[in-house]
Write a protein that binds this ligand. Structure first.
Ligand code: CP
Length: 303
């Protein structure tokens, strides 16, 4: 496998190898000297056609911790605005002797298309509503860190499933690792094909929280909604918003996750997001070592 395009293409063994490699890198980056020379002489371009805070910075830090040379491209302010195509843009970047492309794009399948037309490794950093493989890997890695294993664990993914690339990658990843997966949200934000993936579907957020060991809460992705979906943000927070009182009323251990960015007061109140249940910032921390593992393993395959 020369690319990381989606979790769908990975085996359980691939995922476990990524986690074991990430364990080592997590230890390394917690030392006073955080850098290793593993990707010295490798050049990586982070090519972002869509906004990002966590993924872009996390990849850049992962690359720098591995001693790679790094260039960052963002479509806003670039010649894409003058009509240059995706392939021309990337081929021009590659002409400057770049070895790997990390790409975020709003079109599902854009990194797959790219991988068929270029020689460099392609890492999907999120393609539209399709997949966000490194997010799912860091999410599962964070659950494994808290619970020891994913086998038999119950994970509820709550929110806008229809427009979420995080949901699909999480479903593939969690199921491959032996977890039971439930999706929960308003009926208008749950795609019809979801049951074919072998997940449970629940429309009542309290029942979903009662069922699960881990709640992975997603935001409403207004930027992907071509039509106005029911419910509105106000209605969503009324029926699906999670606050600390709701979590505490379950009278059980529950882990609260969110891929970010959080819309505070919509899907999560601040007292829930910042509560003892939350591992949201641990997810972000783990993103760096997981991405180091992905880049390191891909580079090894080129040798
Ligand atoms: N989780 C995530 O993909 O966040 P960003 O959009 O900020 O990268």
């Amino acid at each position: 496998v020369r690319h990381l395009l989606g979790i769908k293409d990975l085996t359980r063994e691939d995922i476990e190898l990524i986690f074991e490699t990430a364990d080592t890198f997590k230890e390394v980056i917690n030392r006073p000297i955080k850098k290793v020379p593993s990707l010295r002489d490798i050049t990586i371009a982070n090519v972002f056609f869509e906004n990002s805070t966590r993924t872009r910075l996390s990849f850049e830090l992962a690359e720098k911790r591995l001693s790679a040379d790094v260039v960052n491209f963002s479509s806003s302010g670039s010649s894409v605005k003058k009509g240059e195509t995706l392939l021309d843009t990337v081929n021009n970047i590659l002409a400057m002797k770049v070895d790997m492309i990390v790409m975020r794009h709003s079109s599902p399948g854009a990194p797959h298309y790219l991988s068929k037309h270029i020689k460099a490794n392609v890492v999907n950093a999120g393609d539209g509503t399709h997949e966000h493989p490194t997010q799912a890997l860091l999410d599962a890695f964070s659950i494994r860190e808290k619970l020891g294993s994913l086998e038999g664990k119950k994970i509820a993914i709550i929110g806008d499933i229809l427009h979420s690339r995080v949901a699909l990658s999480n479903i593939f990843c969690l199921q491959k690792l032996g977890a039971e997966v439930m999706v929960c949200g308003p009926i208008t934000l749950i795609p019809k094909y979801i049951q074919e993936l072998g997940v449970k579907v629940e429309y009542d957020v309290r029942k979903a929280l009662q069922w699960c060991d881990v709640a992975n809460v997603l935001r409403i992705q207004l930027e992907r909604q071509q039509i106005k979906y029911f419910p509105s943000l106000r209605e969503y927070s009324l029926y699906y918003g999670i606050d600390k009182a709701l979590l505490d009323s379950l009278n059980k251990e529950i882990i609260l996750m969110h891929p970010g960015p959080i819309n505070r007061g919509v899907e999560l109140t601040s007292d829930a997001a910042d509560s003892q249940h939350s591992i949201i910032l641990q997810q972000v921390e783990n993103g760096v070592s997981v991405r180091m593992a992905v880049l390191f393993l891909l580079a090894q395959m080129n040798q």
